[in-house]
Design a protein around this ligand. Sequence first.
Ligand code: CUA
Length: 161
Amino acid sequence: MSKGSVYKAELMWILPSIALPVIMLGLLLWAAIGRGHDLPGVEGTLDPAQLAKTPPFDKPGTFPAGPNRYQVNMVAGIWSFTPNAVRVPAGSTVEFAVTSRDIVHGIIIKGTSANVMVVPGQVTRFSARFEKPGEYPFVCHEYCGVAHHIMFGKVIAEAKK
Ligand code: CUA
């Protein structure tokens, strides 16, 4: 191998190894600034011991929030979700506000992109659309103790009559 081709081979490895972290940093900045992915602000915090007096968690349940829109206020705790059945017409967009009254839980809703952590003292907000009639089961996906596996529920999207 000539000296020149050795340099060339080294460059072939060195340049991508410099480019990769630069690309990753770029994607990180794009996600953080461009897409607004950041840590929850202080406005999303609450006292988990005072949920019964803290809106919107003083009224857990499903509420109309406009045409084809619903608001779900949900409290997670060992080992259940309140409410654990959410009933909406098919074609609805549901905005969830979820918090935990005890320890860290999670929620993932089958058939949607909803997959979030539920942390005591924090309000987790996300929305999901339930286009097709049917059942969309959800589970806690963060190990939370001996009965973690029974922590589940479902969204029921009802066919329009
Ligand atoms: Cu809650 Cu696992």
